[in-house]
Write a protein that binds this ligand. Sequence first.
Ligand code: CTP
Length: 424
Amino acid sequence: MSDTPHPDGDLSGKHIVLGLSGGIACYKTAELARALVKAGATVQVVMTEAAEQFITAVTMQALSGRPVFTSAWDDRAVDGAANNMAHINLTRQADAVLVAPASADFMAKLLHGRADDLLSLLCLARRVESCPLLIAPAMNREMWAHPATQRNVAQLRADGTHIFGPASGEQACGEVGDGRMLEPEELIEELIGFFRPKPLAGKRVLVTAGPTFEPIDPVRGITNLSSGKMGFAIARAASEAGAEVTLVAGPVHLATPRGVRRIDVRTALQMFDAVVPGAGHHDVFVATAAVADWRPASLSEQKIKKNGSKIAPIFELTENPDILAAVAKQALVAGRPFCVGFAAESHDLLKHSREKLERKQVPLIVGNLGPATFGRDDNALVLVDAQGHRELPQADKLTLARWLVGDIAMRLADRDSPTQEKKQ
Ligand code: CTP
């Protein structure tokens, strides 16, 4: 994470009760507390006795900037209430309780509504409608896989608990498998997503992102400077908005947004095959990929050598299929997906965007200046449709992606609303 304010900035105004039960993953929760504060949240830490075996309340107080609560008998006033009822008062101003790590034992306790320490007490005493319970399990893989734990997970979900993770990987005990607590930055991403509005709930969104790479020989190829950041931000924003998202990515080194299904491809033809056959099963298609327009007509099996020659080789190129145009053609017949194209231009942005709108037969083109944005974390967009255009001013790509996704969700809702015409 960078030291600039979180681009999401999105936990500002949120008050989080951060509960720690016993587990070695408590060391990650120290970093999580810091990241929560950096993202703008206020954090009230509550620790079980077992958690205190792994990390001290002093550390958590220093990182959260607030005194830590560990005992149900702690009579310090909470938010002005001095009635010696920390187990009630601690959650009354909270936007969520996040238990990280949630041990197998703590989950079993939650399931049974047991309340024999402050953390389990306050989980039981919170107002379920206004203070959701989120847990990040952390345990040995056998403990996680045990039928008892899996039963508890299913029942906790049915009771309305949100479960973040766990991840798979190497464990503190040396074994490898499911049960690692998510990393702090992953938990922050989950939490931010949790609080976002869900205008695309129940919708399926397909996104292409990044460049394509068109090989000339085993070591060379044609590609471009697209970083994939805008497409990845759109995939994340759509997932946060509640959609089921598939991201078809060209060769980029970016982390997959949480909850997004990713298909990696290299060439335009591979991207075409990954997108076009299944596109009709989606509600929205956003084509942000900078697909190479041309590929070498033939691939040399071996590296092309100079062999002392001063004459540069000449490559014959052949055109790649237009993925967006192919999906848009299907959509004209099937009524979906709603297609959004991108226009990366070097000049005359509005003019070229409008031309693309007509040429590709899509309802929305998002124009941006390619050289000014490739590889950067910010961008400025212009949304062009049949009615006109609207500018989204310079902002970080995630912010722009959220605006765009909100705009797409409104267009879908307008299209699907039978009362819309009457309203206008
Ligand atoms: N696109 C695509 N498949 C291609 C080429 C482009 O799906 N083979 C999509 C891009 O993902 C983008 C839109 O079409 O959403 C516009 O891409 P762009 O390269 O800017 O447009 P072109 O049609 O290639 O036009 P030009 O190169 O002349 O600007």
